[in-house]
Design a protein around this ligand. Structure first.
Ligand code: NAP
Ligand code: F7E
Length: 351
Protein backbone atom coordinates (compact mmCIF):
# COMPACT_ATOMS: atom_id res chain seq x y z
CA UNK A 1 0.00 0.00 0.00
CA UNK A 2 3.12 2.24 0.02
CA UNK A 3 2.66 5.56 -1.76
CA UNK A 4 -1.00 6.04 -0.89
CA UNK A 5 -1.66 9.40 0.69
CA UNK A 6 -5.08 10.20 2.15
CA UNK A 7 -6.45 13.60 3.06
CA UNK A 8 -9.53 13.69 5.33
CA UNK A 9 -11.68 16.77 5.85
CA UNK A 10 -13.74 16.55 9.06
CA UNK A 11 -11.08 14.34 10.67
CA UNK A 12 -12.00 15.50 14.20
CA UNK A 13 -15.55 14.16 13.80
CA UNK A 14 -16.96 10.71 14.48
CA UNK A 15 -16.37 9.29 10.99
CA UNK A 16 -13.06 11.09 10.50
CA UNK A 17 -11.61 9.32 13.53
CA UNK A 18 -12.72 5.82 12.44
CA UNK A 19 -11.59 6.44 8.88
CA UNK A 20 -8.17 7.72 9.99
CA UNK A 21 -7.75 4.55 12.07
CA UNK A 22 -8.67 2.35 9.12
CA UNK A 23 -6.34 4.11 6.68
CA UNK A 24 -3.41 4.11 9.13
CA UNK A 25 -4.00 0.37 9.56
CA UNK A 26 -3.86 -0.03 5.80
CA UNK A 27 -0.49 1.73 5.64
CA UNK A 28 -1.64 5.07 4.23
CA UNK A 29 0.15 8.31 4.92
CA UNK A 30 -2.81 10.06 6.59
CA UNK A 31 -3.42 13.83 6.72
CA UNK A 32 -6.36 15.73 8.12
CA UNK A 33 -7.74 19.25 7.88
CA UNK A 34 -8.63 20.90 11.18
CA UNK A 35 -10.18 24.24 12.00
CA UNK A 36 -8.56 26.43 14.56
CA UNK A 37 -10.64 26.30 17.77
CA UNK A 38 -10.24 28.19 21.01
CA UNK A 39 -10.16 24.89 22.88
CA UNK A 40 -8.55 21.71 21.62
CA UNK A 41 -11.10 19.42 19.97
CA UNK A 42 -8.97 16.51 18.78
CA UNK A 43 -9.95 14.03 21.51
CA UNK A 44 -11.25 11.47 18.99
CA UNK A 45 -7.90 11.31 17.16
CA UNK A 46 -5.36 12.01 19.90
CA UNK A 47 -4.50 8.31 20.13
CA UNK A 48 -3.50 8.23 16.45
CA UNK A 49 -0.61 10.69 16.12
CA UNK A 50 2.18 8.20 16.75
CA UNK A 51 2.69 4.56 15.93
CA UNK A 52 2.52 2.89 19.40
CA UNK A 53 5.21 0.36 18.36
CA UNK A 54 7.98 2.66 17.13
CA UNK A 55 6.84 6.25 17.84
CA UNK A 56 6.75 7.18 14.13
CA UNK A 57 4.40 10.00 13.15
CA UNK A 58 1.39 8.43 11.41
CA UNK A 59 -1.09 11.31 11.28
CA UNK A 60 -0.48 14.91 10.26
CA UNK A 61 -2.94 17.77 10.74
CA UNK A 62 -3.19 20.96 8.68
CA UNK A 63 -5.12 24.11 9.52
CA UNK A 64 -7.80 24.82 6.96
CA UNK A 65 -11.50 25.34 6.48
CA UNK A 66 -14.02 24.32 3.82
CA UNK A 67 -15.00 28.00 3.74
CA UNK A 68 -11.47 29.04 2.76
CA UNK A 69 -10.62 28.00 -0.82
CA UNK A 70 -7.01 29.21 -0.48
CA UNK A 71 -6.38 26.89 2.44
CA UNK A 72 -7.69 23.93 0.43
CA UNK A 73 -5.39 24.70 -2.53
CA UNK A 74 -2.42 25.14 -0.22
CA UNK A 75 -3.06 21.87 1.62
CA UNK A 76 -3.49 19.92 -1.61
CA UNK A 77 -0.15 21.09 -2.94
CA UNK A 78 1.58 20.39 0.39
CA UNK A 79 0.04 16.95 0.99
CA UNK A 80 -0.23 15.70 -2.61
CA UNK A 81 -3.01 13.25 -1.76
CA UNK A 82 -4.02 10.28 -3.88
CA UNK A 83 -7.38 9.99 -2.08
CA UNK A 84 -9.52 12.67 -0.46
CA UNK A 85 -12.43 11.94 1.87
CA UNK A 86 -14.70 14.96 2.25
CA UNK A 87 -16.41 14.48 5.61
CA UNK A 88 -16.52 18.10 6.81
CA UNK A 89 -19.96 19.56 7.44
CA UNK A 90 -22.20 21.25 9.98
CA UNK A 91 -23.85 17.85 10.35
CA UNK A 92 -26.65 18.47 12.87
CA UNK A 93 -30.02 18.55 11.10
CA UNK A 94 -31.91 20.54 13.75
CA UNK A 95 -29.09 23.05 14.10
CA UNK A 96 -29.18 23.52 10.31
CA UNK A 97 -32.56 25.28 10.74
CA UNK A 98 -30.87 27.78 13.09
CA UNK A 99 -27.78 28.16 10.89
CA UNK A 100 -28.88 27.54 7.29
CA UNK A 101 -26.23 29.76 5.71
CA UNK A 102 -23.28 28.23 7.57
CA UNK A 103 -24.70 24.76 6.86
CA UNK A 104 -25.00 25.49 3.13
CA UNK A 105 -21.64 27.21 2.96
CA UNK A 106 -19.75 24.24 4.39
CA UNK A 107 -21.97 21.31 3.35
CA UNK A 108 -22.73 22.70 -0.13
CA UNK A 109 -20.30 25.36 -1.34
CA UNK A 110 -17.45 23.77 0.64
CA UNK A 111 -17.66 20.70 -1.59
CA UNK A 112 -17.51 22.90 -4.68
CA UNK A 113 -14.45 24.72 -3.32
CA UNK A 114 -12.80 21.36 -2.77
CA UNK A 115 -13.78 20.09 -6.23
CA UNK A 116 -12.30 23.20 -7.84
CA UNK A 117 -9.09 22.81 -5.84
CA UNK A 118 -8.86 19.15 -6.91
CA UNK A 119 -9.55 19.96 -10.57
CA UNK A 120 -6.87 22.67 -10.59
CA UNK A 121 -4.43 20.36 -8.79
CA UNK A 122 -5.00 17.55 -11.30
CA UNK A 123 -4.55 19.87 -14.28
CA UNK A 124 -1.33 21.42 -12.96
CA UNK A 125 0.29 18.22 -11.64
CA UNK A 126 -1.20 15.58 -13.94
CA UNK A 127 -1.82 13.38 -10.86
CA UNK A 128 -5.11 11.51 -10.37
CA UNK A 129 -6.89 12.21 -7.09
CA UNK A 130 -9.89 10.12 -6.03
CA UNK A 131 -12.60 11.84 -4.04
CA UNK A 132 -15.23 10.53 -1.62
CA UNK A 133 -18.21 12.73 -0.77
CA UNK A 134 -20.17 12.21 2.47
CA UNK A 135 -23.68 12.27 1.06
CA UNK A 136 -26.60 11.45 3.30
CA UNK A 137 -29.94 9.64 3.56
CA UNK A 138 -31.29 13.05 4.64
CA UNK A 139 -31.40 13.83 0.91
CA UNK A 140 -34.38 11.42 0.63
CA UNK A 141 -36.22 13.39 3.36
CA UNK A 142 -39.95 13.12 2.64
CA UNK A 143 -39.41 9.78 1.01
CA UNK A 144 -40.81 9.02 -2.43
CA UNK A 145 -40.39 5.26 -2.03
CA UNK A 146 -39.43 2.72 0.64
CA UNK A 147 -36.84 1.34 0.87
CA UNK A 148 -34.66 4.13 -0.47
CA UNK A 149 -32.03 3.22 -3.07
CA UNK A 150 -29.66 5.01 -5.45
CA UNK A 151 -32.49 5.76 -7.90
CA UNK A 152 -34.97 7.15 -5.32
CA UNK A 153 -35.69 10.85 -6.01
CA UNK A 154 -34.43 13.35 -3.45
CA UNK A 155 -36.80 15.48 -1.36
CA UNK A 156 -34.71 17.10 1.40
CA UNK A 157 -36.52 18.44 4.47
CA UNK A 158 -33.85 20.66 6.06
CA UNK A 159 -31.16 23.16 5.11
CA UNK A 160 -28.73 20.32 5.86
CA UNK A 161 -30.45 18.01 3.38
CA UNK A 162 -30.62 20.74 0.75
CA UNK A 163 -26.87 21.44 1.09
CA UNK A 164 -26.11 17.72 0.74
CA UNK A 165 -28.21 17.49 -2.44
CA UNK A 166 -26.18 20.38 -3.91
CA UNK A 167 -22.94 18.56 -3.08
CA UNK A 168 -24.23 15.27 -4.45
CA UNK A 169 -24.94 16.82 -7.84
CA UNK A 170 -21.68 18.80 -7.83
CA UNK A 171 -19.82 15.49 -7.45
CA UNK A 172 -21.81 13.88 -10.30
CA UNK A 173 -21.25 16.96 -12.45
CA UNK A 174 -17.45 16.99 -11.96
CA UNK A 175 -17.36 13.27 -12.70
CA UNK A 176 -19.30 13.73 -15.93
CA UNK A 177 -17.64 17.01 -16.98
CA UNK A 178 -14.00 16.41 -16.09
CA UNK A 179 -13.76 12.64 -15.63
CA UNK A 180 -12.94 13.10 -11.94
CA UNK A 181 -12.95 9.86 -9.91
CA UNK A 182 -15.52 11.21 -7.44
CA UNK A 183 -18.06 9.03 -5.61
CA UNK A 184 -21.05 9.75 -3.39
CA UNK A 185 -21.60 7.48 -0.41
CA UNK A 186 -25.28 7.93 0.49
CA UNK A 187 -24.88 6.85 4.08
CA UNK A 188 -27.81 6.22 6.38
CA UNK A 189 -27.45 7.08 10.09
CA UNK A 190 -24.38 5.53 11.67
CA UNK A 191 -23.47 5.79 15.30
CA UNK A 192 -20.81 4.75 17.79
CA UNK A 193 -19.48 5.56 21.26
CA UNK A 194 -17.76 8.52 19.51
CA UNK A 195 -21.05 9.94 18.20
CA UNK A 196 -21.61 13.63 18.99
CA UNK A 197 -23.52 14.00 22.26
CA UNK A 198 -26.48 15.88 20.77
CA UNK A 199 -27.47 13.24 18.20
CA UNK A 200 -30.39 11.21 19.50
CA UNK A 201 -28.64 7.83 19.95
CA UNK A 202 -25.73 9.19 21.97
CA UNK A 203 -27.98 11.58 23.88
CA UNK A 204 -29.98 8.50 24.94
CA UNK A 205 -27.07 6.19 25.82
CA UNK A 206 -25.31 8.94 27.76
CA UNK A 207 -28.51 9.70 29.67
CA UNK A 208 -29.08 5.98 30.42
CA UNK A 209 -25.61 5.73 31.94
CA UNK A 210 -25.90 8.98 33.89
CA UNK A 211 -29.38 8.10 35.21
CA UNK A 212 -28.13 4.65 36.25
CA UNK A 213 -25.35 6.29 38.26
CA UNK A 214 -27.53 9.01 39.79
CA UNK A 215 -25.95 11.84 37.78
CA UNK A 216 -29.15 12.81 35.94
CA UNK A 217 -32.85 12.15 36.50
CA UNK A 218 -34.67 13.07 33.29
CA UNK A 219 -34.10 12.85 29.55
CA UNK A 220 -35.83 15.44 27.34
CA UNK A 221 -36.47 14.41 23.74
CA UNK A 222 -38.46 15.50 20.68
CA UNK A 223 -40.16 13.18 18.17
CA UNK A 224 -39.57 9.64 19.44
CA UNK A 225 -41.74 8.07 16.70
CA UNK A 226 -39.19 8.94 13.99
CA UNK A 227 -37.65 5.86 12.37
CA UNK A 228 -34.08 5.50 11.24
CA UNK A 229 -31.85 2.86 9.64
CA UNK A 230 -28.99 2.86 12.18
CA UNK A 231 -25.62 1.15 11.73
CA UNK A 232 -22.13 1.26 13.25
CA UNK A 233 -19.76 4.03 12.05
CA UNK A 234 -16.76 1.68 11.99
CA UNK A 235 -18.53 -0.48 9.40
CA UNK A 236 -19.55 2.52 7.31
CA UNK A 237 -16.08 4.07 6.92
CA UNK A 238 -14.97 0.76 5.40
CA UNK A 239 -17.56 1.30 2.66
CA UNK A 240 -16.08 4.76 2.01
CA UNK A 241 -12.66 3.22 1.46
CA UNK A 242 -14.06 0.47 -0.79
CA UNK A 243 -15.65 3.10 -3.06
CA UNK A 244 -12.29 4.71 -3.76
CA UNK A 245 -10.69 1.32 -4.59
CA UNK A 246 -13.05 0.76 -7.56
CA UNK A 247 -11.81 1.34 -11.13
CA UNK A 248 -14.86 3.49 -11.84
CA UNK A 249 -16.39 6.09 -9.55
CA UNK A 250 -20.07 5.66 -8.70
CA UNK A 251 -22.72 6.39 -6.06
CA UNK A 252 -23.78 3.90 -3.39
CA UNK A 253 -26.38 3.64 -0.64
CA UNK A 254 -24.86 2.30 2.59
CA UNK A 255 -27.40 1.05 5.14
CA UNK A 256 -28.38 -1.85 7.38
CA UNK A 257 -31.65 -2.38 5.44
CA UNK A 258 -33.69 -2.27 8.66
CA UNK A 259 -35.49 0.52 10.42
CA UNK A 260 -36.21 1.21 14.11
CA UNK A 261 -38.00 4.02 15.91
CA UNK A 262 -36.34 6.26 18.50
CA UNK A 263 -38.81 4.62 20.90
CA UNK A 264 -37.33 1.17 20.13
CA UNK A 265 -33.84 2.58 20.71
CA UNK A 266 -35.03 3.89 24.09
CA UNK A 267 -36.51 0.52 25.06
CA UNK A 268 -33.29 -1.31 24.23
CA UNK A 269 -30.92 1.21 25.81
CA UNK A 270 -32.83 1.65 29.08
CA UNK A 271 -33.67 -2.07 29.10
CA UNK A 272 -29.97 -2.90 28.95
CA UNK A 273 -29.52 -1.48 32.47
CA UNK A 274 -32.86 -2.79 33.75
CA UNK A 275 -34.75 0.53 33.56
CA UNK A 276 -38.08 1.50 31.95
CA UNK A 277 -37.63 4.57 29.72
CA UNK A 278 -41.23 5.70 30.38
CA UNK A 279 -40.20 6.72 33.90
CA UNK A 280 -37.43 9.04 32.73
CA UNK A 281 -38.24 10.44 29.28
CA UNK A 282 -40.16 13.68 28.83
CA UNK A 283 -41.13 15.22 25.52
CA UNK A 284 -39.88 18.75 24.95
CA UNK A 285 -41.21 20.42 21.76
CA UNK A 286 -37.97 22.40 21.66
CA UNK A 287 -36.44 19.35 19.98
CA UNK A 288 -39.06 19.13 17.23
CA UNK A 289 -37.91 20.17 13.77
CA UNK A 290 -39.78 22.60 11.48
CA UNK A 291 -40.00 19.70 9.01
CA UNK A 292 -39.31 16.12 10.09
CA UNK A 293 -37.98 13.09 8.24
CA UNK A 294 -40.38 10.42 9.50
CA UNK A 295 -38.98 7.21 8.07
CA UNK A 296 -35.67 6.14 6.59
CA UNK A 297 -35.00 2.61 5.42
CA UNK A 298 -32.15 1.89 3.04
CA UNK A 299 -31.58 -0.70 0.36
CA UNK A 300 -27.82 -1.19 0.18
CA UNK A 301 -27.88 -4.16 -2.19
CA UNK A 302 -25.75 -2.31 -4.79
CA UNK A 303 -22.95 -1.64 -2.28
CA UNK A 304 -23.14 -5.22 -0.99
CA UNK A 305 -22.99 -6.69 -4.50
CA UNK A 306 -20.52 -4.35 -6.23
CA UNK A 307 -18.25 -3.41 -3.30
CA UNK A 308 -18.61 -6.65 -1.35
CA UNK A 309 -19.51 -4.55 1.70
CA UNK A 310 -21.21 -6.23 4.68
CA UNK A 311 -21.84 -4.60 8.07
CA UNK A 312 -20.40 -6.49 11.06
CA UNK A 313 -22.26 -4.88 13.98
CA UNK A 314 -26.03 -5.41 14.42
CA UNK A 315 -28.42 -2.74 15.66
CA UNK A 316 -28.81 -4.56 18.97
CA UNK A 317 -25.01 -4.84 19.47
CA UNK A 318 -24.56 -1.19 18.53
CA UNK A 319 -26.97 -0.03 21.25
CA UNK A 320 -25.25 -2.30 23.76
CA UNK A 321 -21.77 -1.05 22.77
CA UNK A 322 -22.82 2.58 23.18
CA UNK A 323 -24.51 2.04 26.55
CA UNK A 324 -21.55 0.04 27.88
CA UNK A 325 -19.05 2.75 26.88
CA UNK A 326 -21.18 5.50 28.41
CA UNK A 327 -21.54 3.48 31.63
CA UNK A 328 -17.73 3.45 31.93
CA UNK A 329 -17.67 7.20 31.36
CA UNK A 330 -20.41 7.74 33.98
CA UNK A 331 -18.41 5.78 36.55
CA UNK A 332 -15.48 8.16 36.00
CA UNK A 333 -17.78 11.18 36.17
CA UNK A 334 -19.37 9.91 39.38
CA UNK A 335 -15.97 9.38 40.98
CA UNK A 336 -14.98 12.95 40.14
CA UNK A 337 -18.25 14.28 41.49
CA UNK A 338 -17.89 12.27 44.70
CA UNK A 339 -14.41 13.76 45.08
CA UNK A 340 -15.93 17.23 44.69
CA UNK A 341 -14.04 17.78 41.42
CA UNK A 342 -16.95 18.11 39.00
CA UNK A 343 -20.18 20.07 39.26
CA UNK A 344 -23.31 17.92 39.04
CA UNK A 345 -25.15 18.65 35.81
CA UNK A 346 -28.65 17.30 36.20
CA UNK A 347 -31.44 17.24 33.63
CA UNK A 348 -29.18 18.35 30.82
CA UNK A 349 -31.00 20.00 27.95
CA UNK A 350 -28.45 20.00 25.13
CA UNK A 351 -29.73 20.36 21.55
P1 NAP B 1 -19.38 15.18 12.81
O1 NAP B 1 -18.98 14.27 13.92
O2 NAP B 1 -20.35 16.28 13.08
O3 NAP B 1 -18.04 15.79 12.18
C1 NAP B 1 -18.09 16.87 11.28
C2 NAP B 1 -16.67 17.30 10.99
O4 NAP B 1 -16.70 18.42 10.06
C3 NAP B 1 -15.88 17.78 12.21
O5 NAP B 1 -14.56 17.33 12.11
C4 NAP B 1 -15.92 19.30 12.05
O6 NAP B 1 -14.83 19.96 12.65
C5 NAP B 1 -15.81 19.41 10.54
N1 NAP B 1 -16.19 20.73 10.04
C6 NAP B 1 -17.32 21.43 10.27
N2 NAP B 1 -17.28 22.62 9.63
C7 NAP B 1 -16.10 22.68 8.98
C8 NAP B 1 -15.47 23.65 8.16
N3 NAP B 1 -16.03 24.82 7.88
N4 NAP B 1 -14.24 23.39 7.65
C9 NAP B 1 -13.62 22.19 7.95
N5 NAP B 1 -14.16 21.25 8.74
C10 NAP B 1 -15.38 21.49 9.25
O7 NAP B 1 -19.99 14.32 11.60
P2 NAP B 1 -19.89 12.74 11.30
O8 NAP B 1 -21.03 12.06 11.95
O9 NAP B 1 -18.51 12.29 11.51
O10 NAP B 1 -20.23 12.74 9.73
C11 NAP B 1 -19.20 12.90 8.76
C12 NAP B 1 -19.82 13.40 7.47
O11 NAP B 1 -20.79 12.46 7.01
C13 NAP B 1 -20.56 14.72 7.57
O12 NAP B 1 -20.40 15.40 6.35
C14 NAP B 1 -22.01 14.32 7.74
O13 NAP B 1 -22.85 15.34 7.27
C15 NAP B 1 -22.05 13.09 6.85
N6 NAP B 1 -23.02 12.06 7.21
C16 NAP B 1 -23.10 11.60 8.48
C17 NAP B 1 -23.97 10.58 8.79
C18 NAP B 1 -24.07 10.01 10.17
O14 NAP B 1 -25.05 9.31 10.47
N7 NAP B 1 -23.06 10.19 11.02
C19 NAP B 1 -24.79 10.03 7.78
C20 NAP B 1 -24.67 10.52 6.47
C21 NAP B 1 -23.77 11.54 6.20
P3 NAP B 1 -14.90 20.52 14.19
O15 NAP B 1 -14.53 19.35 15.05
O16 NAP B 1 -13.89 21.59 14.16
O17 NAP B 1 -16.30 21.00 14.42
O1 F7E C 1 -32.07 12.55 14.90
C1 F7E C 1 -35.34 12.52 16.52
C2 F7E C 1 -35.09 13.53 15.43
O2 F7E C 1 -30.22 14.18 15.22
C3 F7E C 1 -32.67 11.30 14.61
C4 F7E C 1 -26.91 13.18 11.13
O3 F7E C 1 -25.74 12.42 11.32
O4 F7E C 1 -28.14 11.29 10.33
C5 F7E C 1 -28.13 12.31 11.31
O5 F7E C 1 -29.28 13.12 11.21
C6 F7E C 1 -34.16 11.38 14.88
C7 F7E C 1 -34.83 12.61 14.25
O6 F7E C 1 -30.05 12.37 13.45
C8 F7E C 1 -34.39 14.12 19.62
O7 F7E C 1 -36.24 14.38 15.26
C9 F7E C 1 -36.07 12.97 18.88
O8 F7E C 1 -36.04 12.22 13.66
O9 F7E C 1 -29.83 11.75 15.78
P1 F7E C 1 -30.47 12.74 14.91
P2 F7E C 1 -30.62 12.79 12.02
O10 F7E C 1 -31.42 14.03 12.07
O11 F7E C 1 -31.28 11.58 11.44
C10 F7E C 1 -28.16 11.75 8.97
C11 F7E C 1 -28.14 10.55 8.07
C12 F7E C 1 -27.13 12.74 8.69
O12 F7E C 1 -26.63 12.84 7.57
C13 F7E C 1 -26.88 13.79 9.73
O13 F7E C 1 -25.61 14.40 9.55
O14 F7E C 1 -34.36 11.51 16.28
N1 F7E C 1 -35.15 13.07 17.88
N2 F7E C 1 -35.62 13.62 19.96
C14 F7E C 1 -34.10 13.76 18.30
N3 F7E C 1 -32.94 14.09 17.70
C15 F7E C 1 -32.04 14.81 18.43
N4 F7E C 1 -30.85 15.13 17.86
N5 F7E C 1 -32.28 15.19 19.72
C16 F7E C 1 -33.44 14.87 20.37
O15 F7E C 1 -33.66 15.24 21.51
Amino acid sequence: MAGKVALITGITGQDGSYLAELLIDKGYDVHGIVRRASTINTSRIDHLYEDPHNGDVQLRLHYGDLGDANSLRRILSEVQPTEIYNLAAQSHVRVSFDMPLETADVGGMGTLRLLEAVREYQVTTGTEVRLYQASSSEMFGKVHETPQRETTPFHPRSPYGVAKVFSYWAIVNYRESYGLHASNGILFNHESPRRGETFVTRKITQAVARIKHGLQDKLYLGNIDAKRDWGFAGDYVYAMWLMLQQDTADDYVVAMNETHSVREFLELAFGHVGLDYNEYVEIDPRYYRPAEVDLLLGDSSKARKQLGWEPQVSFHDLVQMMVETDLEQAVREKALEDAGLSPSITNRKAA
